[in-house]
Design a protein around this ligand. Structure first.
Ligand code: PRP
Length: 177
């Protein structure tokens, strides 16, 4: 029988997330002063975070999306990354910032860094809303991290469990019934 998930505790409020997104947007603006950045949102979980961060970026910005998935239904990474939708424009010569909702095992990010490096961008950095270092299987870190979180399953602000709860404007833990 399919597991039933129920919201447990609010983990990060909308105000906390959006204050941090604003700080990171301003940091990116300082780091890339005089340059143009290309944000590459990793669908699907990054959409809300990317929309929030980009509002505070003051340098020229273009956006693109890659759709990948390493998690099937459920809460554990399968370790296999698949591309469902490629970039609309090549990353060659661009200052690329990969935008993620969470870095957990790092398997997805490792794949993405290799994939995008192959297109010879001018530079490549990573901005992730959440970082879960306890889950890490790859030795890598995001350059801009919203919040470091413990090893609990979180939903909301783009994060899902079985495609549910992405629309919550805050982040909560879930309980399995
Ligand atoms: C999630 C998340 C990251 C990845 C992180 O994506 O958005 O891309 O897993 O996990 P990892 O560090 O263990 O690789 P998911 O495959 O669930 O797709 P989604 O964004 O559509 O929810």
């Amino acid at each position: 029988m399919a597991a039933a998930y129920k919201l447990d505790k609010v983990f990060l409020t909308q105000e906390e997330i959006e204050r941090r997104a604003d700080e990171i947007g301003k940091e990116i603006s300082r780091d890339y002063a005089g340059k143009e950045v290309t944000l590459i949102g990793i669908l699907t979980g990054s959409v809300m975070w990317m929309a929030q961060v980009m509002k505070s970026i003051e340098v020229d910005t273009s956006i693109d999306f890659l759709s990948v998935s390493s998690y099937g239904a459920g809460t554990k990474s399968s370790g296999v990354v698949k591309i469902y939708k490629d970039l609309n424009r090549s990353a060659t010569g661009k200052h690329v910032i990969i935008v993620e909702d969470i870095v957990d095992s790092g398997v997805t990010l490792d794949y993405l860094l290799n994939y995008l490096s192959g297109q010879n961008p001018a530079s490549i950095k990573v901005c992730s809303m959440l970082d879960k270092p306890t889950g890490r299987r790859m030795k890598l870190e995001a350059d801009y991290v919203g919040f470091e979180v413990p090893g609990v399953f979180l939903v909301g602000y783009g994060l899902d469990v079985d495609q549910r709860f992405r629309n919550l404007p805050y982040i909560a833990s879930v309980a399995v019934e």
